[in-house]
Design a binder for this molecule. Structure first.
Ligand code: MG
Length: 168
């Protein structure tokens, strides 16, 4: 087998992006945590844009198609799905392929609500889902500063990266 065979790579990185629109009469789920807010994120599942971006980063690191291909929004099985369950399923895939999560970093672009008071809870929740220490989960909460990177009060966008290492 060649030294460069996929199965022999010790490290793999992945990047994920997601954005959802804020809507009324929805719970705001972020990182598996319910955040008190007058609006929540629209979506076929629970709309957890942060978990979706991390899920995509893991899938990307494995060279697999994204979350929409793995869990199609045309499939009624995933209507109002708990994104925690979807991420856990992808974590099992990571483990089955012989990898472990080294660390995750994320940038949550969001004007409302202010996420700084919740950053610790988000970090703990994601660490628990991924079964890694809190110090291996980065949560950067950024406001748009009027740049329209995410429409203020209308949407939340997330970028996430992961590093996987091969278990020997
Ligand atoms: Mg999504």
């Amino acid at each position: 087998m060649s030294r460069l065979e996929h199965s022999e790579f010790r490290f793999r990185t992945g990047i994920g992006f997601d954005a959802h629109v804020l809507a009324s009469q929805r719970k705001l789920m972020l990182g598996g945590v319910e955040i008190p807010h007058k609006q929540g994120l629209a979506g076929h599942s629970d709309g957890d844009v942060l978990l979706h971006a991390i899920t995509d980063a893991l899938l990307g690191a494995l060279g697999l198609p994204d979350i929409g291909s793995q869990f199609p929004d045309t499939d009624p099985a995933y209507k109002d799905a708990d994104s925690t369950d979807l991420l856990k399923e992808v974590c099992r895939l990571v483990r089955n392929k012989g990898y472990r999560v080294a660390n995750v970093d994320s940038v949550v672009i969001c004007d409302e609500p202010r996420l700084a008071p919740h950053a610790d809870a988000l970090q703990a929740s994601i660490a628990a889902i991924l079964e890694i220490g809190k110090d291996r989960v980065g949560i950067q909460a950024k406001t748009t500063e009027g740049t329209m990177l995410a429409i203020p009060g209308k949407s939340i966008a997330v970028l996430a990266t992961v590093l996987l290492y091969r278990e020997q």
